[in-house]
Design a protein around this ligand. Structure first.
Ligand code: SF4
Ligand code: SF4
Length: 433
């Protein structure tokens, strides 16, 4: 019974075809004080202070870089409150009571096309840094660091593949703001003096193809093209996307910029558009609320800092409310579990997926090999698991678990319902000892 599992259940079709619901005026917004990359912070405001939308109100500090904290509505700083972050931890959030006036900070202003055309790469990098733009597909890696490469960039890839099942937030962004996508790509091309950009989508996204083929006719000399890639998971993994779009196979651990390539998630590109055009940080984003545990799954466009609890009633509440739920922030394959819906949409939350909790029993490994055949980086998950069970560090190191991208396919494909990926995560810890 061998199953090479690269095609996984896809439930996207219906909600991806409906417009996102605008929910942009919550009573409170909550901004994370810390995150996985920055473990301390300082605040520039005190309780009772009025803040403007986009105002710089604090700074997160990390070992490699700092992250500015911007208010995402105008209102009053009323204190701190604990909620779950997308990393699954309960942390302090800065609570701002919305005054519903949307008073923008004076740091926001509109740049004319002529002003934008004169911006150098260093100036664009500085704007991106000050606007605290990060990888909005979930990586949260600071975008300005990518812009600092001194390598010659020949091709920019825009990752709009959204290959995990259930999530359609980028799909709606692509359809609802196509001009912002194109302008964002043009600004990135200007920064890198790059003449070629590919927007990578799954080949089955007919609606996106129709919109962009038409739109790109207005930009015949832009160098921007659609690139239809595979419909399988993990097609959105950087290495696989680059291989499919350009034919270039990166060596393990090699940076794409070594081969003249740089890639951005499509939400990040729209964030770049806002930063360059309006000097604005990310204030709103698309997010998918879905899963079998909710009555009417939907896409939303919300303010960063919105509580997930606000969105549940807008989906007509929970299906089977008496049943215990499982909450996943991000995709079902690579996302993080949180214990409740008491979590906040940060810049990098693409989705929350809610399932009724199901009890399942792991069976003994039957050595079927499905996990090995499914692994996109050609590891032997079952062997790693067995080595972890007996804590054989030398064997673990030889099996190279640090190559694992935590795609979750080994657990998904396991015929015995073993959480193989959890063993690989443990193996990574052993391998680093
Ligand atoms: S989680 Fe890691 S080991 Fe498992 S299939 Fe994905 S890359 Fe391979
Ligand atoms: S761990 Fe699961 S998928 Fe892998 S060989 Fe064993 S039973 Fe098969």
């Amino acid at each position: 019974m061998i199953a090479k599992t690269r095609h996984i259940k896809d439930t996207k079709k219906l909600i991806g075809s409906l417009p996102a619901v605008r929910y942009v005026d919550p009573k409170y917004i909550y901004l994370a004080t810390t995150n996985a990359r920055c473990s301390s912070f300082e605040l520039y405001i005190k309780e009772g202070d009025h803040v403007n939308c986009c105002q710089l109100i604090g700074m997160r500090h990390g070992p490699f870089f700092d992250q500015p904290i911007h208010a995402t509505c105008s209102g009053t700083f009323v204190g701190y409150e604990k909620h779950y972050h997308r990393n699954g931890k309960l942390i302090d959030f800065i609570k701002i009571e919305n005054d519903f006036k949307d008073t923008f900070d004076k740091s926001c202003f509109k740049r004319s096309p002529e002003e934008i055309a004169k911006l150098s790469k260093d100036e664009i990098t500085e704007i991106v840094k000050n606007c605290a733009l990060v990888g909005l597909g979930g990586s949260s890696f600071p975008t300005y660091v990518k812009f600092q490469t001194d390598k010659k960039i020949d091709v920019i890839l825009i990752n709009a593949i959204e290959c995990e099942p259930y999530i359609t937030a980028d799909h709606r962004l692509m359809l609802e703001f196509p001009n912002r996508v194109i302008d964002g790509i043009k600004y990135a091309m200007q920064a890198f003096d790059c003449k070629k950009a590919y927007i990578c989508i799954k080949s089955k996204y007919k609606d996106i193809k129709t919109v962009y083929k038409q739109l790109l006719k207005e930009y015949p000399d832009s160098g921007i093209e659609l690139c239809c890639v595979g419909n399988y998971y993990p097609q959105g993994w950087e290495v696989e996307m680059i291989r499919k779009a350009t034919g270039i196979k990166l060596n393990p651990g090699e940076l794409p910029s070594n081969r003249g390539i740089i890639d951005f998630n499509v939400s990040t590109i729209v964030g770049l558009y806002k930063a360059i055009k309006y000097n604005m940080p990310v204030v709103k984003r698309f997010v998918t609320v879905t899963g079998d545990g909710i009555n009417f799954p939907k896409n939303f466009r919300v303010r960063v800092g919105t509580s997930i609890k606000d969105l549940i009633p807008l989906c007509e509440g929970y299906k089977n409310p008496d049943k215990e739920k499982v909450f996943i922030l991000g995709g079902p394959m690579m996302g993080a579990s949180v214990p409740s819906d008491d979590c906040i949409i940060t810049k990098t939350v693409t989705s929350i997926i809610i399932f009724d909790k199901m009890e399942f029993k792991e069976e003994p490994c039957v050595r079927c090999g499905s996990c090995v055949l499914s692994c996109p980086v050609h590891l032997e998950p079952v062997q790693i698991m067995n080595a972890v069970k007996v804590a054989d560090k030398e064997r673990i190191k030889k099996l190279n678990p640090l190559k694992c991208i935590e795609c979750g396919l080994c657990a998904y494909s396991c015929t015995s319902k073993i959480q193989v990926t959890d063993y690989i995560r443990k193996a990574k810890i052993f391998a680093k000892l």
